[in-house]
Design a protein around this ligand. Sequence first.
Ligand code: PRP
Ligand code: URA
Length: 222
Amino acid sequence: MEINEKEITNCSNMKKLIIISHPLVKRDLTILRDKRTASHSFRAVLRRTASLMAYSVTEDLHLQEVKVETPLAKTKGYIVPIPIILVPILRAGLGLVGGFVEVLPNARVGHIGMYRDEETLKPVDYYLRLPNKLNHSLVLILDPMLATGGSAAAAVTVLKNKGAKHIKYVCLVAAPEGVRTLTQAHPDVKIYTCALDRKLNKKGYIVPGLGDAGDRMFGTEE
Ligand code: PRP
Ligand code: URA
């Protein structure tokens, strides 16, 4: 499963892959990677990182011009005319929701329940609850880890089948394998990540990664 430097470079060159490299994001990702970071800190830092990521993810949002009256004069203002739907992949995706809604307070939230079978590494879906009007909305899929890409590709397929047309995929750490799988399955979906890591290990974990994001958030393996 080792991926060479050339493949990482190829991935980084893909137009659909955006690596968020703001200094504060890099600082926070370091805290999240650190094995000594306890669950309560992990949750808080993940939430803060999500808010920082939201700036990059919404950088190309189209705005609608409106009039606004300040206490002194009338002037030009802007609104976001397109509805935004956040779709965390359970469980770990939940950790990104709070940070996104802080800066996108009108966003609606759908949920996709999916876990990876430990043997086959294939995604198993167990829950789906989505807001309506997916086809008129910008849909942001949230999940900290893009490993084999199986869960991400399956989630995008589910959302497209339900009518979503404008989808972005947002993760904290990606493996080259996951980027390749998702891009091949859904070339129209932009991928945002804070880091493109080296490889997957034999158990399908991202290396160096940050371990099992769900377990670290919820303290299920302590
Ligand atoms: C993790 C992660 C992704 C998936 C990524 O979830 O949050 O959803 O693995 O792996 P993939 O790219 O190989 O599909 P996990 O299956 O551990 O479930 P959990 O969030 O409930 O812990
Ligand atoms: N899921 C995780 O939580 N971490 C990984 O490294 C891979 C899949």
